[in-house]
Design a protein around this ligand. Structure first.
Ligand code: UGA
Length: 440
């Protein structure tokens, strides 16, 4: 059992803290926001994530997980200091490291003995080394404290965060010091008991791995989205789902992240692509492929949006039903969300939008009050001229299409995630448009 403090209770911090506590470690989560702390102490999660509330509650109850605003004390009393604060995208596309460096300065005066500082949130190569320098500069005068900085990127996916932390495909740990590498590897003992592969490397390699991984996934998505446009151009009988299935059966390619749609969103892929594009240029090795992936992604959003407009004719007096506002199912995260962009663009075009999302509506209402929020998918669809399925929630897969046809003004579906069988939907009498599946 080790003593860990995790600074930052955002997505990465809270999931890391709760999962480490569940491994049996003693974890203190630190946040500077008193409201957030208060909320967490009352076991109210700051975001929706399946299984999180139960995991946090269980570990708090069993005395392994606590929350504090006292960073100094938390640092003094632990062996491992995880930094999991936000690394937002700056204006130039570069990662804004302000929060990380502020925390480094705050940690330094409280270091005693030997501690391992672990950088968990995604940061460009070279950051760990800068962080170490900053901490060194801010140690107490005459301090005998020793520390190592370790990079340990997180690969969890929102909406399946606990599961992807506990059953990750690999653990990546980077450091100059063998002692620190071993110590951090030891924290993951329960995972290497289930033979989770571990990549132990140096700081910069570890930092780059996270960007390389996210960019590889984003590239797969943009690749299949590009193919979806080729499919449509060839003719209405060509289906990108079949292409993706056959291509993905090649084990060298793999079938995951090969689903055509309206492009990727969320807090990670767009930001990490922009960051790689920026820092690779600074290192003198530009990554034009990343630039192309981002462009295809931007264009794809418009390409799918135009399908909505194309089916509507004149926008005057028209109503669109929008299903799915968060950037993907099982999360209430609205960052870089396609649904929110569609909502904004439709309103701007003078079209009425009736929207439904199983969990993201409170946040969406604040951000975009102009939409008409509905208690369920059918209420949203009633009287609409087109139904747009933006995210692939299971409950959207199961909609009663016959009922929808009866209550809509015009039976038309834009299936942004290709979740329906085009023939079935058309047989019921809908005008159906998927992505890369023709118009026939
Ligand atoms: C992503 C990565 O999958 C995680 O491995 C990584 O740890 C995380 O970023 C991060 O850097 O923190 P996340 O953004 O939570 O996770 O969500 P994903 O499930 O990867 O989806 C990202 C976007 O890609 C979504 O908009 C999704 O709809 C889209 N997507 C995904 C597709 O359009 N097609 C696909 O085949 C897969």
């Amino acid at each position: 059992m080790s003593k860990i403090c995790v600074i930052g209770t955002g997505y990465v911090g809270l999931v890391t803290g709760a999962c480490f506590a569940d491994f049996g470690h003693q974890v203190t989560c630190v946040d500077s926001n008193p409201e957030r702390l208060d909320q967490l102490r009352r076991l109210h999660m700051p975001f929706y994530e399946p299984g999180m509330e139960e995991l946090v509650a269980k570990n708090v109850r069993q005395g392994r997980l606590s929350f504090t605003g006292d960073l100094g004390r938390a640092v003094r009393e632990t062996d491992f200091v995880f930094i999991a604060v936000g690394t937002p995208q700056g204006r130039s596309g570069a990662t804004d490291l302000g929060f990380v460096f502020t925390v480094a300065k705050q940690i330094a005066p409280h270091l005693t003995g030997y501690k391992v500082i672990v950088q968990k949130s995604t940061v460009p190569p070279g950051t760990g080394r800068k962080l170490a320098e900053l901490v060194r500069q801010h140690l107490k005068r005459g301090s005998k404290a020793r520390f190592d900085v370790v990079s340990n990127p997180e690969f969890l996916r929102e909406g399946a965060a606990v599961d992807t932390f506990m059953h990750t495909d690999r653990i990546v740990i980077g450091a100059d010091s063998q002692k620190a590498l071993k110590a951090v590897a030891g924290l993951y003992r329960p995972l290497y008991l289930i033979e989770t592969p571990m990549v132990l490397t140096n700081l910069e390699t570890s930092e780059l791995i996270k960007y390389a991984a996210n960019n590889a996934l984003a590239t797969k998505i943009s690749f299949i989205n590009e193919m979806s446009r080729v499919c449509e151009a060839i003719g209405p009988h060509v289906d990108v789902n079949v292409v993706a299935k056959a291509v993905g059966l090649d084990k060298r390619i793999g079938s995951k992240f090969l689903h055509a749609g309206p492009g990727f969103g969320g807090s990670c892929f767009p930001k990490d692509c922009a960051s790689l594009l920026h820092f690779s240029k600074q290192f003198g090795a530009p990554t034009p492929l990343t630039g192309a992936v981002m462009k295809v992604n931007r264009d794809q959003r418009r390409f799918v949006y135009d399908k909505i407009l194309a089916g509507l004719g004149s926008p005057r007096g028209k109503t669109v039903a929008l299903l799915g506002l968060a950037f993907k199912p099982n999360t209430d995260d609205l960052r870089e969300s396609v649904g929110m962009d569609f909502g904004r663009w439709l309103l701007r075009a003078g079209i009425k939008v009736k929207a439904y999302d199983p969990i993201a509506m409170p946040g969406a209402q604040q951000e975009l009050p102009g939409l008409t929020y509905c208690p369920d998918a059918y209420t949203a669809a009633r009287g609409a001229d087109v139904l747009v399925v933006v995210t692939e929630w299971n409950q959207f897969r199961e909609l009663d299409l016959g009922k929808l046809k009866r209550i809509m003004r015009r039976p038309a579906i834009v299936d942004c995630r290709n979740i329906y069988d085009p023939r079935t939907v058309r047989e019921i009498g809908f005008r159906y448009q998927g992505v890369g599946r023709g118009e026939a």
